[in-house]
Design a protein around this ligand. Structure first.
Ligand code: KG4
Length: 338
């Protein structure tokens, strides 16, 4: 009998539901919350209220786009953490209610596992997926991690950020440039028109595989401060060059450690995931790096880089196959690592 999983994602500010049948994606619906834009960041209380409004129509749409009814579901996978507690509570409670009502099992998913396992989402039988072990560079608004993935349930963090995440570096620098939240996509767009060598920003000298982005952020701020003294329209005049140089430095920091990890582990497959993996420069740099060394590169579709329920459904599918179910007594967790 077919195994049909409904995935639910509500960890931050996207309400999403997806249906996966026997590992193949049937639907993936994402309702993004615009309400946070005017505040320059996600407001947790507004996020949970919006999730409450969105979750029923989003799940309904995911089921109808998949061409199934809720009685066809085999199990429900949901993001249990990490994320915003109020947001997670909405998805978790909804999953519990639906699971109880339909008398089908629930599977809890670590959001970070979801980002890594997004590479296993297939639309058709022939679609290529990574072979284990592989290295995953997980870069989002809250995380920057280098993960050795031995299996869907066996992941080891080789390095992580000791301060800001790569996404935060994009977003915070974009904010001081007066760009809307989240700034990452705006920097990406502007960078295409600028000179990546126009400005030189600080890069960290950390041993090992850990990342740091706060020095870069400070050096970016100092560049603005120093230049604004003589040119009050400095940001306006150099928008594209600032964006291109910032992006160039972030990519260079990411790639240095990725290269180190590839050499250390000897893996032949490299994947990227998380919101920042939507960045054109990051995607090009990883693709080029792998092509030059004969490594297999896995660059996710842009829809699967930011928060989505398809990745939750696929992670849940593998756990379901292992009968790794979740109890009704389980509660969300705000913080957790791989
Ligand atoms: O994985 P994600 O959706 O969730 C969080 O961890 O919050 O990642 C969001 C992050 C934000 O920092 C956003 O600016 C960044 O991903 N991002 C990008 C791009 N698209 C999203 N950063 C750089 N370039 C992009 N094209």
């Amino acid at each position: 009998m077919a195994i049909t999983i409904l995935g639910i994602e509500s960890s931050c500010d996207d309400t999403s539901a997806a249906v996966i049948r026997d590992g193949l994606l049937l639907s993936n619906v994402i309702a993004s919350q615009k309400v946070h834009e005017e505040y320059g960041g996600v407001v947790p209380e507004l996020a949970s209220r919006a999730h409450q409004q969105n979750i029923v129509p989003v799940v309904d749409t995911a089921l109808s786009r998949a061409g199934i009814s809720k009685e066809d579901l085999t199990a429900i996978a949901f993001t249990r953490g990490p994320g915003l507690m109020g947001s997670l509570l909405v998805g978790t409670s909804f999953a519990k209610g639906l699971s109880l009502g339909l008398r089908i099992p629930m599977v809890d998913v670590n959001h970070l596992h979801g980002h890594v396992l997004a590479h296993f989402i297939r639309r058709a039988d022939g679609d290529r997926v990574p072979e284990y072990p592989f290295l995953c560079l997980l870069i989002s608004g809250g995380n920057s991690q280098l993960i050795l993935v031995r299996n869907y349930n066996d992941m080891e963090i080789l390095g992580h950020t000791i301060d800001d995440a790569a996404g935060e570096a994009f977003d915070k620098c974009a904010k001081v440039m007066g760009l809307p939240y989240p700034g990452g996509p705006h920097i990406d767009r502007l960078a295409a028109e600028g000179d990546p060598k126009a400005f030189k920003f600080a890069k960290p000298h950390l041993p090992g595989l850990d990342y740091s982005f706060s020095g870069l952020k400070t050096s970016f701020l100092y560049t603005l401060r120093d230049n604004l003294k003589t040119d009050p329209d400095f940001i306006e005049h150099h928008r594209a060059d600032l964006a291109a140089s910032l992006q160039h430095t972030i990519i260079s920091i990411l790639m240095d450690k990725l290269d180190k990890a590839v050499k250390l582990t000897g893996v032949r497959t490299v994947a990227i995931g998380g919101g920042v993996s939507a960045n054109s420069g990051v995607r090009d740099a990883v693709a080029r790096y792998c092509a030059e060394r004969g490594l297999n590169a896995f660059i996710p579709e842009r829809t699967f880089t930011t928060d989505n329920a398809a990745m939750v459904a696929i992670a849940g599918y593998y756990k379901y196959l292992d009968k790794d179910f979740c109890a009704y007594s389980s509660v969300p967790y705000a913080r957790v690592t791989i």
